[in-house]
Design a binder for this molecule. Sequence first.
Ligand SMILES: *Cc1c(COP(=O)(O)O)cnc(C)c1O
Length: 429
Amino acid sequence: MNDLYEMYGRCGISKDVYMFGEKVLDGLTDRFVQFDRITEINQLKVLSAMQECRVSEACFMPSSGYGYNDLGRDTLEKVYAKVFHTEDALVRPQLTCGTHALATALFCRLRPGDELLSISGKPYDTLEKVIGIRREKGSLAEYGISYSQVDLKSDGSFDFEGIRAAVKENTKLIAIQRSKGYETRPSLSVDQIGEAIRFVKSLNKDLTVMVDNCYGEFTDTKEPSDVGADMVVGSLIKNPGGGLAPMGGYIAGTASCIEQAAYRLTSPGLGKEVGATLDINRTLFQGLFLSPTVTNASLKGALFAAAIYEKLGFDVIPDSKERRNDIIQAVTLGSAEAVCAFCNGIQKAAPVDSHLTAEPWDMPGYDSKVIMAAGAFISGSSIELSADAPLRPPYAVYFQGGLTWYHAKYGILMSLQALVDKGIVDIYI
Ligand SMILES: *Cc1c(COP(=O)(O)O)cnc(C)c1O
């Protein structure tokens, strides 16, 4: 115990901050046990999918050129389909990020005259230009695809009557975002998503339902594809990449959706057959294998942050008692100064670039300045310990990731230390 305290001292954590953290941790034991149970189930789910698909050393061989018969790529896609219980999956580095995977899923299913309906309110910032909510060249709007949305109710649940009224003859695709993203609403549980999917399919069984699953993977024992989603979509530099995937995105879904997505991604007629993976297959397999435990570390970190900042009187979403449906923790700090201090605490705790200072910048795809703290092995990876915040009221910081729980813990203590050092918060033990 003394060794630990001394070690934290050498790493920049004062005695008060350390003691405060330990006291908060004492109250979290039961929740940690719950997270461990979910992880155990997901670990077995991933492992048995790999065994059933006969993952072998030959899957780790590089491919080049067209990438025909890339055993690793094809097997990885089968593994994802098994894990998500879908007919097929598209998982590859040519899907450059989550936004690209989501755009591919939207464009593959929508045609001029169709309408896209979001039933979980405003979608993630980067999708605004994909959809054309903010004007952009090549958006869905430019192709004559209209958009409408139904906001969640004030308690964060689906507005079923609103949805009934919004589904029109030309409504073709329903979008649901599991995670809160940069909003301060609660994230949706898989059960809630399942109820909404049953409802929209009862209005019109031919509607395609796409779930933006970013940050949600392996936080529950079920995924949205287990409750009727036609496509689930996410990024490999978040949960399912396990911190090892150097890039990529995935779409898991019905055979017809995946075929259309592959035709959209590469070209009609070529679909999934092309797409060399160079030398990254091993990291995609190994990352998926580690993903349940990495997600577990992130969940513990998020809960620890919630419990700390809640105790200090800040608004936190979710709070330390609520169930968690993604790895994101929002803390409303109330000022730009506090947000910047928090983020730089995380930065100082990083294994990479800990000597740098995070500054707000105009990030492509976002409509206000954003500050991002990340000292990550993979650039921009937010399954690694990271914090980001759009600099706009209510000045909420979004905290996520952590490849190990101990790193997450240290990062949170460093963020608190930064706020204490700046005189923004006082701690009483
Ligand atoms: C991160 C995220 C995206 C976009 O993914 P990128 O990889 O950053 O393009 C979309 N939706 C949600 C909810 C996200 O969290």
